[in-house]
Design a protein around this ligand. Structure first.
Ligand code: DQA
Length: 145
């Protein structure tokens, strides 16, 4: 199985960015941790982060025929982007939505996820461990097929 770990705007600033909400682990060390975890589980993995909506759409389109699953933290685009929803629907790649913080307990504007409709699961509020849990959900889904 090959997974794409996709991160949206400002997630490259993990560690620096509002550590009280998003924790102190930086983006590079998170990627290493995901890489090690996937290697242990025999999962092939690739990473992409962008602050630009269109680049994220491009990467989702590129993943068609290349990746079996996506782990996606769309950042603030979660709450605004019909283009990302349409991209996920277009390629039909099984996707888990991940949020580091518990968006259900935050501002009103974070209560809507446009992307949830195209994801088979959502993990919210488990910190950066949520990415590893998303890998496990992909493995469990694959095993159940
Ligand atoms: C986030 C939650 C979003 O509301 C926010 O805009 C982010 C990060 C999270 O991981 O908790 O950028 O997706």
């Amino acid at each position: 199985m090959k997974l794409l770990i996709l991160n949206g705007p400002n997630l490259n600033l993990l560690g620096l960015r509002e550590p009280g909400i998003y924790g102190t682990e930086n983006y590079q060390s998170l990627l290493r941790r995901i890489e090690d975890y996937c290697a242990e589980k025999g999962v092939e993995v690739c990473f992409y982060q962008s602050n630009h909506e269109g680049f994220l759409v491009d990467r989702i389109q590129q993943a068609y025929g290349e990746c079996d699953g996506i782990v996606f933290n769309p950042g603030a685009y979660t709450h605004t982007s019909i283009a990302l929803l349409d991209a996920l629907k277009a390629v039909g790649i099984p996707t888990v939505e991940v949020h580091i913080s518990d968006v259900t307990k935050r501002e009103e504007f974070r209560q809507i996820s446009y992307l949830r409709a195209a994801c088979f699961a959502t993990i919210s509020g488990h910190g950066t461990d949520g990415y590893l849990e998303a890998v496990d959900l992909h493995l469990a889904r694959e095993a159940s097929l």
